[in-house]
Design a binder for this molecule. Sequence first.
Ligand code: HEM
Ligand code: HEM
Length: 199
Amino acid sequence: MRKQRDDGYGIVAICLHWLIAALVLGLVALGFAMRRAGIDPALQFSLYQWHKSFGLLALSLAGLRLLLWLAAGRVAPDPDLGIIERRASTATHLLLGLLCLLVPLAGWAVASTTTLNIPTFLFNIVVIPPLPMARSVDAEGFWSWVHATTAYTLLGLAALHSAAALFHHLVRREGVLMRMLRRRAVEPAPPPANEGRER
Ligand code: HEM
Ligand code: HEM
């Protein structure tokens, strides 16, 4: 991965961050709700399909963010933070980025190993093929456990991460949250070579 940059977040990184965050939070709620007992089977089928579709969308956006990190480098932590806070922030961001890939991949593994053999209809438009994995009750049970455990770990970490962002904004009055809300300032273009000369 390329070294860190210190020029702040651009519009693409900001849009990706908030889109992925909204998807992850919605998907945890949907995943939890669709597994409840006593739910109408037709509604449950539909909720599973929406869950898988938005989950694959989250996976694509998280993949795009990884490519952005690889191509342009990650943004260095806010210079106002102390050394321990900077390390904690970097480690949390890397772990969050990794979990945003692992959770949907594990979900895709559940859909690929289930013996129910239900296709995944992406937004009712195309069928997404399963991953090349053997179907069995044991494999489904394992991936289901990995998917649920990593999803709730991601939720817990995201809660800590948001609390830290709000603490820096509301209590310490530092600019950490604003870095993720406002596009970085564009450097003013240097004046043309002959500007200001007497005619
Ligand atoms: C960031 C993306 C995702 C998040 C946060 C997420 C979250 C969750 C959660 C919280 C549950 C309920 C777990 C439980 O209480 O047992 C769940 C279940 C499930 N998810 Fe996801 N999910 C994501 C992506 C996906 C994807 C991409 C797929 C498939 C293509 C998928 C397939 C499933 C399936 C099949 C279940 C039911 C598992 C079972 O019956 O044990 N998920 N998900
Ligand atoms: C599931 C939800 C979330 C995930 C997975 C997530 C993930 C991340 C990741 C990976 C970064 C590193 C920068 C980047 O995107 O390249 C980041 C930065 C950031 N996030 Fe989140 N985030 C989530 C929710 C939130 C929420 C709810 C808030 C605000 C209350 C927030 C505030 C921030 C801020 C301020 C930064 C920039 C920190 C800095 O470098 O100065 N995030 N987040």
